[in-house]
Design a protein around this ligand. Sequence first.
Ligand code: GLU
Length: 440
Amino acid sequence: MSDGTTTEGRTPTAQDIVGRDKDPHLDDDNPFEAMMARFDHAAELLDLDPGIYRVLRHPEKQLIVSVPIQRDSGDLEVFTGYRVVHNTARGPGKGGIRFDLRVTLDEVKALAAWMTWKCAVVNIPFGGAKGGVVCDPPTLSVGELERLTRRFTAALMDILGPESDIPAPDVNTNERVMAWIMDTYSMHQRHPTTAVVTGKPVEMGGSLGRREATGRGCMIATTEALKHLGLPLRGTKLAVQGFGNVGSIGAHLLEQEGLTVVAVSDVSGAIYNPNGIRVEDAMNWVRDHRYLSGYPGAEQISADELFTLDVDVLLPAAVENAITRKNAGDVRAKIICEGANGPTTAGADRILEENGVFVIPDILANAGGVTVSYFEWVQDRMGYFWDEGMVIDRLNGIMTNAFRDVLAVSQRHSVNMRVASYMLAIERVAAVHRLRGLYA
Ligand code: GLU
């Protein structure tokens, strides 16, 4: 099995790249491998300079920290946290922090690189970073979560900063966690520093429209794809995997555009109603009952079945590896909008392409979140805040331009949207590397 660094220590040749991409033993479940397989393929098509190729294959910084906290019981427990800064050629590292039991260094490395490509696809002046703490948030009290967040932030003081590395929410982190990060960082700096983190509460330097931004970006990308394929909005059937911030808001906004949401899922399973599920009702149900299961007016189906439904659009909005070699052949949707990061494995990509599924890749589809994070950072640094209409207009502009830029590359090079988005992103990052040269 490849460890993702097979060419380490020597200049890779085109054969290395092609060889890796065709490697039948590629570890499809490893998100770092999945990211690298796509990166290698796009780098080969771009005929990327081998020196820049090597630089981009290595994250700039990888930090592993032990995070001791006192449990409510009085016991001390030590958690493991990671922060990876993949690349800062185009601007400060940018990317979320997730709290999850599945967090690994390989995952954080992949997610950090995806942030580099994502920020380049939407052409905002950030590089890529990501962080995570291995923990199970439902088992932590609010006080424990706060102590964990503050101690993790303190451990990252040397690398965080509005000019260097700016976290944001991700899986199982939210505005409240961002407020603790901002406060901890500011106490160390001895002055309030709002721009060190985005996705904060609006009352303390957050941006209007940030909470909805990722879902809104998915909505914009999906409507662009439907228009491009000549499909209508009204009555188009949508299934959504994941009913957190991205899935629920993405579903709600697409419903408002006229789509019919026939299935949604969360960790408790999936619910299905071919005549449509009212997203607001499902959101209210989850607010009152925590999970979707038991929702009246829809049939309970298995989480796996959701991917095989007769729908037009699939919105995977949970975590990595939802669509794999095993189930990609069963997908009947015409469009997949990747609300999550890395929901499709590299092996599944090929099957989907053969079957003519139009995939809006994660680094384009879910870039609305980091785009409004950029707006938040700009507003914090100006100390002057925009109304929601301005945020939405500018997000619309950036997302539609990015969709069209990727589509243009895809048509020019006869490649799918995923390969095109990597080619666009890598070329933008490489161009800055060439201009900046190498500090020695
Ligand atoms: N966690 C989100 C993502 O994966 C947002 C990152 C950000 O706003 O910095 O894109």
